[in-house]
Design a protein around this ligand. Structure first.
Ligand code: ASP
Ligand code: MG
Length: 419
């Protein structure tokens, strides 16, 4: 609350309390498997923990009572799914309750402490289109009347993550989507700055779980941050940067545990030449298609890519030779069907459990001798694929995930000058 109530007018986007969305997802999965008993037990457990929260959160008895009422009404919504047919719409409603509860409880807390605060219902202006993508035009047009109706206030509170879909039903922006809500709202109201608060002091130049002495990056460009967001998804929802970039609004990543730290600032300005960071993404599958039909032929890549498009599977890295094509995917849900169809195009080989290591920075600025530095650092590491030149901000290397730690450390030592 201290972080928010700094006398500067703002819209505060809240996520659910820690662990809540996971619990709600689990409840809806149990219900879809018709395991009402197990779902009921989990619902009661979650409700119990929220009653404790309310009991400790408010000072005055009447607010404790109001808090209890919020919990009762919200859990009535969740429990209503225990009877009747369970649909995707019901699941989406359950999963949205974490943010509904957190924002109601928090608004009440701000009121108890005498702050000038209003709650904005995100479902009245946040929307995704038929393609499941956020509809920024709709959001921009609809947030104004919602703000007007709420009336003037210093602090507005709203729900992250949740939205409506093209048919008007409750939906969401995918896990971790509160960051994305914040940047969409920032773009919609043309905010001065978009801040994302987590419990680390910004983006680091390497993965602190594997490499010691990593350093916080104080400035990044939108493009560099977009390359990193896919990898450091734990810090930043991958789509967060886009609305901020097109509206040219600075994004600042801040640490709730250390609020005075300036964090990482992401702007349109390039933040200097050279390599900024190294990051990794696990769970990658590499697919190689070898075919003589590829030789001197046109349309081969198109036919192959069409298969991936048909199964809505994004391709991340690609690498080609005259008679073979290697590519990676991180969503292997439809892999069986994809492989069946690829079979028609040549000999297919698959490697599971791979890791993409990505090197991010303004790499063109380092052009001379850069590749040799990277290869030198990777001496002795079995590399499955390399992607260089797709963007001036990124080089990606594919290695077996058993080699991830050693690769991160080697790059860190040779490119970032720390061990
Ligand atoms: N509560 C949602 C989740 O856990 C959204 C978020 O935390 O950003 O995914
Ligand atoms: Mg989050």
């Amino acid at each position: 609350m201290k972080i928010i109530a700094d006398n500067k007018k703002k819209i505060v986007v809240l996520s659910a309390m820690s662990g809540t969305t996971n619990a709600l997802v689990e409840i809806s999965e149990l219900l879809s498997k018709k395991d009402k008993k197990a779902a009921g037990i989990l619902i009661d457990k979650l409700e119990g923990s929220y009653r404790d929260v309310v009991n400790n959160l408010y000072e005055y008895a009447d607010n404790k009572e109001k808090g209890d009422q919020i919990i009762i009404t919200s859990f009535e919504v969740i429990k209503s799914s225990l009877t009747g047919r369970f649909t995707q719409a019901a699941a989406n409603t359950i999963i949205s309750m974490g943010e509904i509860i957190s924002t109601k409880l928090f608004t009440l807390l701000m009121e108890e402490n005498g702050h000038d605060v209003k709650l904005l219902p995100a479902l009245d202006f946040m929307r995704i289109g038929k393609d499941k993508m956020a509809d920024l035009k709709f959001i921009t047009e609809n947030i104004r009347p919602v703000l007007e109706e709420a009336g003037d206030a210093k602090y507005y509170i709203t729900q992250g993550y949740i939205c409506r879909n093209a048919s008007g039903g409750v939906d969401n922006l995918q896990r971790g989507g509160s960051d994305y809500t914040a940047s969409l709202i920032g773009a919609a109201i043309d905010a001065e700055e978009i801040q994302i608060w987590t419990d680390i002091d910004g983006i680091h130049n390497n993965d602190p779980r594997y490499v010691e002495n990593t350093k916080k990056i104080s400035r990044l460009s939108f493009f560099e941050a977009a390359e990193l967001a896919y990898f450091g998804a734990k810090i930043l929802h991958p789509q967060t940067i886009y609305p901020a970039r097109i509206h040219n609004i600075p994004v600042r990543l801040k640490n709730t545990l250390n609020p005075s730290d300036p964090g990482t600032l992401i702007t349109s300005e390039t933040s200097g030449k050279g390599i900024k960071a190294v990051a990794a993404k696990d769970g990658i599958t590499a697919i190689k298609i070898r075919s003589d039909r590829m030789l001197m032929a046109y349309g081969f890549l198109e036919s192959v890519f069409k298969i991936f498009a048909k199964y809505k599977t994004p391709i991340d890295m690609i690498s080609t030779s005259e008679v073979a094509l290697s590519l990676t995917i991180d969503n292997s849900k439809n892999i069986k069907k994809i492989l069946e169809e690829l079979d028609e195009y040549g000999t297919v080989a698959v490697d599971y459990n791979m890791t993409i290591i990505c090197i991010v920075g303004d790499i063109i600025g380092e052009e001379r001798g850069f590749a040799s530095k990277v290869f030198h650092a990777l001496d002795g590491i079995p590399i499955r694929m390399i992607s260089y030149g797709g963007s001036r901000f990124n080089i990606s290397i594919l290695v077996p995930d058993t080699q991830k730690e050693i690769t991160l450390k080697a790059l860190s030592k040779n490119l970032l000058n720390h061990s």
